[in-house]
Design a protein around this ligand. Structure first.
Ligand code: NAD
Ligand code: ZN
Ligand code: ZN
Length: 341
């Protein structure tokens, strides 16, 4: 079968000689409908976040059950499912609570399919346990694939700050890409706060307005923080969601977040932050959430089935993976690119 393989630093190749896996025990073989292209792939490809192993990329996956191992119950051929991405041990307390993104054993094992183990940019994908599947019912797997990360990650980040996102507060979203464009819709649907969105191009800012941002600011402007403070006034932003995570965006976040606010850094942009007592308002919770839980993914599917969120999708062939990654490096993708076998 065909697969998009990571061979090492900046070396991604589309190959045709991968054997189609056969599921045993609790394993499930999925016929891939779509595999989303996430910026985290670029951190792996360009910066060596995962080293020393060759594997198939793609950690945002959806498809149809093709074949199940002898111990799998409750699924049959043709069922449309998402693959929950962060694969934990399945046994520890966080895993039992469905929070495999915070599995006790994360430091001992690969992070999941497409993140050290074979992922979904291929004709078929082997999922190690039916526990990691979430049914999508009438949703199209091509369109639904990015729900597993581009929607789940911001959903989980927003949910933890929900009590602070009241209608008299402001929330700042930095980066209106794959994750950020869904974050805006989730905020619009489940929170009351007024949204201020930041990106670095005019088309992304116009896109943010369409998705529910009341205000947009170009974070390349030297006075971006002052522009935001002019909107929020002295109270500042109760929650800042940073989907870039560069030193400059973290710095912007610290300048606009309010007393007792949340500064949530989702982006893995390699930024640095040096704590200083005067650098952060009192009471701020700074956090770096990773992905979300399996049950939160079910809630995300609910939002999509109710048409409260939609992923803006570009469809591409597996063969075009390298071109798509290059466009992502240049910030040229609107919403999410999905590779379709
Ligand atoms: P993306 O490439 O689709 O979008 C990034 C967006 O940020 C683009 O619109 C780009 O124009 C914008 N941007 C770049 N620099 C900016 C700046 N200085 N100010 C404002 N906007 C800026 O990326 P994505 O797939 O949405 O991923 C975003 C980040 O989140 C990546 O670092 C990715 O690795 C990370 N991520 C983290 C998790 C997690 O669980 N913590 C999960 C998925 C992705
Ligand atoms: Zn991702
Ligand atoms: Zn675990």
């Amino acid at each position: 079968m065909k697969a998009v393989r990571f061979f090492g630093h900046k070396d991604v190749r589309v190959v045709n000689d991968i054997e189609r896996p056969v599921p045993k025990g609790d394993e499930v073989l999925l016929k891939i409908g779509g595999a989303g292209v996430c910026h985290s792939d670029l951190h792996i490809i360009d910066e060596g976040t995962v080293v020393g192993t060759v594997f198939t990329l793609g950690h945002e996956n959806a498809g149809w059950i093709e074949e199940v191992g002898e111990n799998v119950e409750g699924y049959k051929k043709g069922d449309a499912v998402l693959v929950y991405g962060p694969w934990g041990c399945g046994h520890c307390k966080p895993c039992q609570q469905s929070k495999e993104n915070y599995c006790d054993h994360q430091s001992e094992q690969a992070y999941g399919g497409g993140l050290g183990l074979d992922g979904g940019m291929a004709d078929y994908m082997l999922v190690p346990s039916s526990r990691l599947l979430v049914p999508i019912f009438d949703l199209d797997p091509v369109i639904a694939a990015p729900l597993t990360d581009a929607a789940l990650t911001p959903y989980s980040a927003i949910k933890r700050s929900l009590p602070k996102l009241m209608a008299d507060e402001y929330v700042v979203v930095i980066g209106v890409g794959g994750l950020g464009h869904v974050a805006l819709q989730i905020l619009r649907e489940i929170s009351g706060a007024e949204i201020i969105a930041c990106d670095v191009t005019e088309d992304k800012l116009a896109f943010a307005k369409q998705l529910g941002a009341a205000y947009v600011i170009n974070s390349k402007d030297a006075d971006a923080a002052e522009q935001i403070q002019k909107i929020t006034g002295i109270k500042k932003a109760k929650v800042v969601l940073d989907f870039v995570g560069a030193t400059s965006t973290i710095d912007l976040g610290t300048k606009v977040v309010s007393l007792d606010g949340d500064l949530t850094i989702v982006g893995l942009g390699g930024g640095h932050y040096q704590y200083s007592m005067n650098g952060l308002p009192f009471g701020v919770s700074m956090t770096n959430p990773y992905w979300g839980s399996r049950t939160e993914l079910m809630e995300v599917v609910g939002l999509a089935r109710q048409k409260k969120i939609h992923i803006e999708i570009e469809k591409h062939k597996l063969d075009d993976a390298n071109e798509v990654y290059e466009r992502m490096r240049q910030g040229k993708i609107k919403g999410r690119a999905v590779l379709i076998p």
